[in-house]
Design a protein around this ligand. Sequence first.
Ligand code: ZN
Length: 352
Amino acid sequence: MSPPTCNDHAALVILDGSMGSYLETHYQQDLSTKLWSTKLLHSNPHLIRQVHLDYLRAGADIISTGTYQIAEHNLDDLEGHYTMRELFHQAFRLAVESCQRLEQELQKGHSNTMANPNSEQVTQNRRQPPRVALSLGSFGAVVGGGAEYTGEFGCADDQIYQFHRNRLQVALDVLAEEPQYSTYVRWVAFETIPSYRELEILTQVLHDLGQISPWRTILQRLKVWVSLVCRDSVQIRHGESLAKCVELLHQCPDVAVVGVNCTYPGDDGGSIRKILEVFRKATDKPLVCYPNVQLWDEELNQWSPSSLVSPASFAQQAQSWARSGATILGGCCCTTPAHIHQLYRAREAFEG
Ligand SMILES: [Zn+2]
């Protein structure tokens, strides 16, 4: 496994923002299927590429593949048109092509900040090489019903193990078949993990696949991050101790980076800051941090409009997250390229 460094050149890496909620609000997509945004890999790949480009042009160094909710048992959404292997091929291809497109634009010297046409130009000398993270959500995300926020999956450990193992194997097989992607695809992101039990299973899957060729070879080229969804700085969503979960991840040699996502930052970002402080006390691994910018109203079953954190406030709050040790910063639900662009513009202040 690679050593726990998190970047190619600079100390602070900027991750992209939401894909699903951005597709719904900005591109008016109906994603109400079991596959969520992954559905568009089949039905509207142009839009997936456009979202990647929106974030890259806004200043993201890492974009995440549209595979968060990919699962064998959800493929009937696509009426037999695609296998999981074909969806991974498609997702990697779209992400890699988007990175190459950005590089071409930068070489031509006219970085196109379409998402923020009035902003300063994103210039090549302030950019890191664009990279791709393979996005893999919690088992709860493919169960549906918001199970990734409760950690109640209603099934045996072995079923969760087989799910994560089979899905990761297929993705790694695709990367083995497409060695030209290795320049760009550098990360595996296990996201929105709500329970200690799922963490234990994930670390077992990583250990087991790391023993077997050819998956060992591919995993050694990648860095794995595991990101938790938290109630607060004491508990993750299923109720286990956050500190205990971080300790487990700290002890796992197959996990390079740890952190938090899909969690509301609270007033002035203090909730996320306290969570990061728990991470920092328990591990010296690099920290990834990509919160939501709206609060889910469970009674109304919608995002609370009054809770929205503006892009400027988000970047302001992110400064305190960087001071608390986060070295990869991005956004989760309801974030947009405008949020990521504010992070990009503020990067020097974070590093200072
Ligand atoms: Zn989220």
